[in-house]
Design a protein around this ligand. Structure first.
Ligand code: PMP
Ligand code: GLN
Length: 383
């Protein structure tokens, strides 16, 4: 094991989820609903997965599907009464776990202190440490001897203030809280906000249970408090929000189907192979016709082609082609001026070896014949 994961290779979930699978108890352990997912959410998934629009099944924008970030910006913009830019202020991740991981990895430097309000969702401490940070804990404590509601658990203002040092980079808390169920009220959030602003500290607010508040209590988003938007990462979870914490089974069913026909003629993997072989041949010819020299790939669905003598007459100093290696400029040229997208291979090399890729262009050939037809037409016109 890598040193960095020593001590965090096990956690409470690994053990107790395993035990539940083995012993099949009436499972009141791990947090997930054991009732059906809401029909409109299932319908949405069904609509997506059965969509005949091929793009519904492929990569999307790296920071989040345009329709999803727009929906999130619209919903949260309304909730906190500010305009949210879907393209720069919303990031979609694979669950709240991934959001937390990205937050720690993206913001915490070695030696930074992270204040963690206890009780806390267990991954905060290991994620802080993975990033090289130092967790600094502070519990919410009962404010009277007899406690009968989570209202009675509070942060002590002096104790909280004492945790902020010149090393503090962030504070993380969870409202409504797992495992306590405490919902942080306005005064507490204002106290946290004031300290964050005074000490220039980032606030990570894990709000995955945001829709689950009772007794007329309001879930307040700390990002909505004055001066907090710019320093707050608010974490949500579609799994929690729609009561579907484990939409992983569709992939399992697909694998099971393939296991049963692994070496048979109707295996999807085989079908794909023969389909792609034809496309590889077509792509190689197309590129050769265009004056490129393809390197025939033995696997995968990309083809690198030597472009040393390709588009010799174009002005690489054209500001529209930007800067960087020749392959970057060639691909910008192809994309912006000719309508063919490709990828510059020098992106796949270290700075000192970028020259090895700079005279090539990478083309992907897992495309409809009609797409290849269009590419062929453009390339022919260029010749
Ligand atoms: N934060 C808290 C407080 C949680 O309880 C959980 C577990 N569901 C997560 C984050 C992770 O959520 P997700 O399932 O979306 O990764
Ligand atoms: N968040 C859920 C819980 O608190 C489950 C988390 C997990 O399984 N890792 O029970």
């Amino acid at each position: 094991l890598a040193k960095r994961i020593e001590g965090i290779d096990k956690n409470v979930w690994v053990e107790f989820v395993g035990l539940a699978l083995e012993y099949k108890p009436v499972n009141l352990g791990q947090g997930f609903p054991d009732f059906a997912a809401p029909p409109h959410v299932v319908d949405a998934l069904a609509k997506t997965v059965t969509s005949s629009d091929p793009m519904m099944h492929q990569y999307t924008r790296g920071y989040g599907h345009p329709r999803l970030v727009k929906a999130l910006a619209t919903m949260y913009g309304g909730l906190i009464n500010r305009e949210i830019n879907p393209n720069t202020e919303v990031l979609c991740t694979v669950g709240a776990y991934d959001a937390l991981f990205c937050t720690f990895m993206g913001l915490i430097n070695p030696g930074d202190e992270v204040i963690i309000v206890e009780p806390y969702f267990d991954c905060y401490a290991p994620m802080t440490r993975l990033a090289g940070g130092v967790p600094v804990f502070i519990p919410v404590r009962p404010n009277q001897s007899k406690v009968d509601s989570t209202k009675d658990f509070v942060l002590d203002p002096d104790e909280l203030a004492s945790k902020f040092t010149d090393k503090t980079k962030a504070i993380i808390f969870n409202t409504p809280n797992n495992p306590l169920g405490k919902v942080f009220h306005r005064k507490e959030l204002e106290m946290i906000a004031k300290l964050c602003i005074e000490h220039d500290v980032i606030c990570i607010s894990d709000e995955v249970y945001e829709w689950l508040v009772y007794d007329g209590i309001e879930h307040i988003r700390i990002a909505s408090l004055p001066g907090m938007w710019d320093r707050t990462i608010t974490v949500g979870s579609a799994g929690k929000t729609f009561s579907v914490t484990g939409w992983k089974e569709a992939a399992a069913i697909a694998f099971e189907t393939e296991i049963a026909r692994l070496d048979k003629p109707d295996s999807y993997f085989k079908e794909l192979q023969s389909m792609l072989f034809e496309k590889r041949e077509r792509m190689a010819k197309l590129l050769t016709d265009a004056g490129l020299i393809p390197i025939i790939p033995e696997g995968g669905y990309f083809m690198m082609a030597d472009a040393t003598d390709f588009a010799r007459d174009i002005d690489l100093n054209d500001p529209e082609l930007g800067d960087g290696q020749r392959d970057y400029k060639l691909v910008r040229y192809l994309t912006k001026k000719k309508g063919i997208g490709a990828i510059p291979p020098s992106a796949f090399y270290n700075p000192e070896n970028k020259h090895l890729g700079a005279n090539y262009i990478r083309f992907c050939f897992i495309k409809e014949e009609s797409t290849l037809d269009k590419a062929e037409k453009i390339i022919k016109e260029m010749m």
